[in-house]
Design a binder for this molecule. Structure first.
Ligand SMILES: NC(=O)c1ccc[n+]([C@@H]2O[C@H](COP(=O)([O-])OP(=O)(O)OC[C@H]3O[C@@H](n4cnc5c(N)ncnc54)[C@H](OP(=O)(O)O)[C@@H]3O)[C@@H](O)[C@H]2O)c1
Length: 264
């Protein structure tokens, strides 16, 4: 199966890493930047080139340039009916279809950066006309980088961008805050780093292995009047849950605004 990537940046590297580890794909990455081409061909032994002119109907094209570069990057490509998978934020199927000469065989994907290490989670949306075989192709490619969630409607791409797309940054934000707190308690930065990361790893793995609700896990370590309770009471006084909900809402609203700006 021949898979072309248009754009050889961060996200392409992450997906190519998963696909090459899995095997079974013939990959070619198109990027205008020679350093990126060199990096991808030496790291993953994939073919690279600086221009894409024509595809066959059996090929797959993954659109992975920045949204604002997409129209120019796709201009003049003869698709010949190939399956197109777009990971670009803010470009709807309709907009992509316009850029691609009314092409209809398009699926949208919203990956996230842990795809780099095979622990990503990607939302996928396919319009009603897309075949089960094409959906399976998209799902199988993204499964090489982690988990996959199918989305019922296209707007959910913006909603999932606010959760799992931006989510790794929220986790890094909390990690950074906890590390600062540890330093303030007198631990050196290295100890603070290990304490923070170890706590996260342990808690995430415990949550996964126990299968319990997060709220129940929190209750299990929070006895009324105890030390954990003292901390979570301060979080509650500052309405931390609502702050996080508001942050996610702002991210989704921004994704919708950007989509409007990118719609011709
Ligand atoms: N990063 C994330 O967490 C994330 C998550 C979900 C979705 N996405 C989506 O993934 C897409 C790629 O993001 P990224 O972070 O991987 O971007 P990136 O690192 O900037 O990679 C894009 C690459 O495409 C190249 N390019 C641009 N126009 C081109 C053209 N006309 N022909 C050939 N190559 C061209 C760029 O070259 P230059 O360096 O010369 O510009 C760059 O090397 C975006 O649409 C983004 O919305 C990203």
């Amino acid at each position: 199966m021949k898979v072309y990537f248009l754009g050889g940046g961060n996200m392409t590297s992450a997906i190519v890493a998963g696909m090459t580890k899995h095997g079974g794909y013939e990959i070619e990455v198109i990027d205008r930047n020679q350093d990126k081409r060199h990096y991808l061909s030496s790291c993953y032994q994939v073919r690279t080139s600086d221009k894409l002119t024509e595809l066959a109907a059996t090929d797959i094209l993954i659109l992975a340039v920045k949204p604002q570069d997409m129209q120019q990057a796709t201009a003049g490509i003869r698709l010949n009916g190939a399956l197109v998978l777009s990971i670009a934020a803010g470009l709807t199927i309709n907009t992509l279809s316009q850029f691609l000469g009314n092409h209809q065989r398009i699926i949208r994907i919203m990956p996230n950066t842990p795809c780099q290490i095979g622990l990503g989670i990607s939302g996928i949306f396919a319009p009603s006309g897309i075949s089960a075989a094409d959906k399976a192709v998209a799902e199988n490619i993204m499964r090489t980088t982690g988990e996959v969630i199918w989305l019922e409607d296209e707007n959910s791409i913006n909603r999932i961008a606010g959760i799992s797309g931006s989510g790794p940054a929220y986790v890094f934000y909390f990690l950074n805050a906890l590390q600062h707190a540890a330093i303030q308690q007198g631990f050196n930065p290295e100890e603070a780093y290990r304490l923070t990361l170890g706590t996260f790893k342990g808690a995430v793995n415990l949550a996964e292995q126990s299968g319990l609700e997060f709220s129940q896990l929190q209750k299990n370590v929070t006895s009324k009047g105890g030390t954990t309770f003292a901390a979570t009471s301060v979080f509650d006084q500052h309405h931390l849950t609502q702050v996080i909900i508001d942050g996610v809402t702002a991210s989704v609203v921004r994704a919708e605004e950007m989509q409007q700006q990118l719609t011709p």
